[in-house]
Design a protein around this ligand. Structure first.
Ligand SMILES: Nc1nc2c(ncn2[C@@H]2O[C@H](COP(=O)(O)OP(=O)(O)OP(=O)(O)O)[C@@H](O)[C@H]2O)c(=O)[nH]1
Length: 493
């Protein structure tokens, strides 16, 4: 099995095999339902096959595709024309499509035809200009080579209108079904009812002889409002299909002599049918494209809003991070510390688990600054913060810069032994940084730590926890620094 994406990536051998077959089938379909017994062509579909292929593949292997459809066109024309005339008329068809494609390419028409602007450019390039030019040339061939006796302008007009309508009906249909659909319309029961009504109306129109049933006028024009509703609700795909089916059925009614537009001469009947098909295309395909464009814009707008919201959320969270981070050391700041301590306090109280707070103060830091300069003091604080962050080994452990040369550590669910061990390990780690401090008795930078451990309940408060840790820290300083002191738990109240 050839995958769908691969098949549509570029015209491969299978596509090149199918293209002339499909083109030939389109010729047969046209002859079956859109050519009157008097040989008047109401719509000529096959040129849209090459145009849709060129648009779908954005001009890849254009010459090959043109040659394939040209061959199929000549073979089909041989039934009705001598070989030299068949060749010339097929060449006119390929010319018509080539000119249309080039004009669309130059005017940067999107092959999706999903925007009104693109549909307008397509109509001007193909049904209006390409088909008219082809009509003017084909009429010369038909008169000069084929010896046709019909007036030149009539020949040109019949060719132009037939080809123009064929391009108008068939190109959007082929493009709609060979390209992916952005979004399937969301349908309700009312939409199903509208579709069924349209089909019933179509059956009534198809079965009306001479444009009336029991004296009631039932012409194809009745279908126009229903197609407009379908276009608005069902989108481009189904509408293009419906437009093609109604157009071909109308043409077929005429070719089988059912006179859907009443008892009028055949040349007038063809014109009426073409007028009807033109109106049908403009209302059906036009409305569907307008709707699809509106939906596309809505989707683009929604995705832009989503994008902006995401950017806003990202910058908000960046701002939140910045406002909670200490500028010098990069760890949490006092503000984050206050929030975290409050949250951890509530959690510990809820779970009836102990909470540890350790306050750490760098020893003799004034002297360090005086000795090594403020800049080196900053570097030392960064090194201490970095080491403290490394020491936070469990998930819930938290460290913040409490202010100046003071830091704070919070740990959940630790017992006394663990709390002291953690504080001792931090104290040793700071000294092990080996930052020279000439005026310190330890000769390296050290810190003192006061530890408080409490299981919060209504008798305790956050303020007293901090105060008690601070008292322990003061004691550590008094007892010679570079040490850990534990607070008296009974004093936390
Ligand atoms: N370089 C630097 N110094 C700071 C910073 N914040 C506070 N300090 C200094 O830290 C010093 C703290 O000094 P003190 O409170 O007297 O305490 P200490 O010298 O550490 O003495 P003890 O606490 O008794 O060991 C002051 O000189 C502050 O200027 C900072 O962000 N950078």
């Amino acid at each position: 099995m050839i995958k769908r994406e691969k098949f549509w990536r570029q015209p491969g051998w299978l596509f090149c095999l199918l293209l002339p077959l499909f083109h030939f089938a389109s010729v047969k379909l046209t002859f079956f339902c859109a050519v009157t017994p008097e040989n008047a062509v109401v719509v000529w579909l096959p040129n849209a096959v090459l145009l849709a292929a060129l648009l779908r593949f954005r001009g890849q292997r254009a010459s090959l595709l043109a040659a394939l459809t040209f061959t199929s066109d000549v073979l089909a024309n041989l039934n009705a024309f001598p070989w030299y005339e068949a060749i010339l008329l097929s060449a006119v068809n390929v010319l018509e499509v080539t000119i249309t494609y080039q004009l669309m390419k130059r005017s940067q028409t999107s092959p999706r035809l999903h925007r009104l602007k693109d549909l307008g450019k397509f109509i001007l390039a193909g049904p209006v200009f390409g088909a008219m030019l082809a009509g003017l040339i084909a009429a010369v061939v038909l008169q000069q080579v084929g010896g046709a006796s019909t007036p030149y302008l009539t020949l040109a007009r019949v060719w132009w209108f037939g080809d123009g309508l064929g391009l108008l009906i068939y190109t959007p249909l082929l493009l709609a079904y060979t390209q992916s659909q952005h979004q399937r319309p969301k349908l309700t029961r009312w939409d199903d009812a509208a579709l069924i009504t349209t089909l019933l109306l179509a059956v009534a129109v198809l079965s009306a002889h001479g444009g009336e049933i029991d004296g009631v006028s039932v012409t194809p024009t009745l279908l126009l409002p229903a197609v407009a509703v379908i276009a608005f609700r069902f989108g481009v795909r189904l509408t293009t299909l419906l437009v093609a089916l109604i157009s071909l059925s109308t043409a077929m009614l005429m070719t089988t002599g059912l006179k859907p537009f009443g008892e009028v001469p055949i040349h007038l009947e063809v014109v009426r049918a073409q007028e009807f098909i033109l109106t049908l295309c403009i209302i059906g395909i036009g409305f569907a494209v307008v709707l699809s464009e509106l939906q596309t814009r809505e989707r683009e707008l929604e995705s832009r809003v989503r994008e902006r919201t995401r950017e806003l959320e990202q910058s908000n969270s960046r701002l939140a991070d910045i406002s909670a981070t200490d500028g010098l050391t990069g760890i949490a700041n006092r503000r984050r510390f206050d929030e975290t301590l409050a949250a951890e306090w509530s959690r510990a109280r809820r779970n009836k688990q102990p909470l540890m707070l350790a306050l750490l103060d760098v020893d003799l830091f004034k002297q360090y600054n005086d000795c090594y300069g403020h800049q080196s003091g900053d570097d030392a604080l960064r090194a201490v913060a970095n080491e403290l962050a490394k020491q936070m080994r469990r998930g819930g452990d938290f460290v913040a810069r409490y202010g100046g040369e003071e830091f704070a550590v919070i740990a959940q669910s630790v017992n006394e032994e663990h709390a002291l061990a953690m504080a001792e390990s931090i104290c040793a780690a700071i000294a092990a940084l080996n930052l020279p401090h000439a005026t310190s008795p330890f000769k390296v930078l050290t810190a003192s730590i006061g530890v408080a451990l409490v299981t919060p309940d209504e008798q305790h408060s956050i303020t007293s926890l901090i105060k008690t840790a601070d008292v322990a820290l003061y004691r550590a300083k008094q007892l010679g620094r570079n040490r850990v002191e534990q607070a008296d738990v009974t004093s936390i109240a």
